[in-house]
Design a protein around this ligand. Structure first.
Ligand SMILES: N[C@@H](CCC(=O)N[C@@H](CS)C(=O)NCC(=O)O)C(=O)O
Length: 237
């Protein structure tokens, strides 16, 4: 049995939900409400020690980290193929999933947190907020929650994150000038990783991702949206 603990179909949760849907796999969905801090419930932290989503449980085996979840799904359920067989093409695909995890996603995440976290926690008293923070297992995440909720990220950090997101889109735009999909001629986990970050960008970051400065990304985005698995995933409430 496959079970996925996830948040709304966005970012890292979207990444693994999309892979499951592309492969047509049935799974038990455990939807965690991130706005209610359910990802920090002690019981959930026993399976994901970072207190983050997503987490896959397959026949009792726990797999964390969205990119590793997708690689695991590819190993165990290789059809339809979402990872090239050729070692060079596979390394190119992995370049993009690593790029998303290490460069693109952390920068985009700071911009997203700056925009939404304050509004998400303003109904909590100081005491209630601190009680929520105390359950977060990683100090780095506690700090990120506190800064986003109670202060603001420094302007230099926000500017730098915006620059990194611009660089990410420009790189993906360049890749799409060389091939129809991000990592080459075929649709792969690289497209899924990039799209997990970029699905909402034309709406939430229209200055960075638009038809003028990223026409190939916009065309690819439309082709992604036309895929039945993408439609089904984004329709998850
Ligand atoms: N590297 C992890 C990152 C997971 C992550 O950042 N998840 C976010 C949602 S996209 C989360 O759980 N945020 C809530 C929190 O940190 O409290 C992965 O790819 O699975």
């Amino acid at each position: 049995m496959l079970e996925l603990y996830h948040g709304e179909p966005a970012a890292n949760s979207l990444k693994s939900l999309l892979c499951l849907k592309e492969k047509g796999l049935d799974f038990v969905s455990h939807r965690l409400n991130l706005a209610e801090f359910e990802q920090h419930d002690p019981e959930y932290v026993t399976i994901n020690p970072n207190g983050q989503v997503p987490t896959l449980v397959h026949d009792g085996n726990v797999i964390t980290e969205s990119t590793l979840i997708n690689e695991y799904l590819e190993d165990v359920f290789p059809k339809p193929r979402l990872r090239p067989e050729d070692p060079v093409a596979r390394a190119h695909m992995r370049y993009w999933t690593k790029f998303v995890d290490e460069y693109f996603c952390p920068a985009l995440s700071v911009l997203g947190w700056q925009a939404i976290i304050k509004g998400m926690v303003e109904h909590l008293s100081e005491q209630e907020f601190e009680a929520k923070i105390a359950r977060i297992p990683l100090k780095e995440q506690q700090d990120k929650w506190r800064i986003a909720a109670k202060q603001a990220f420094p302007k230099e950090q926000l500017d730098d994150c915006t620059r990194r997101v611009e660089v990410s889109v420009a790189r993906i735009e360049a890749a799409l000038s060389r091939s129809p999909w991000v990592a080459g001629p075929d649709y792969t986990l690289a497209d899924i990783s990039c799209f997990a970050m970029m699905a909402g960008m034309p709406v939430f970051q229209p200055k960075i991702m638009n038809g003028e400065n990223a026409p190939r990304c916009m065309d690819w985005h439309a082709r992604m949206l036309a895929r039945p698995a993408v439609k089904a995933t984004l329709a998850i409430p």
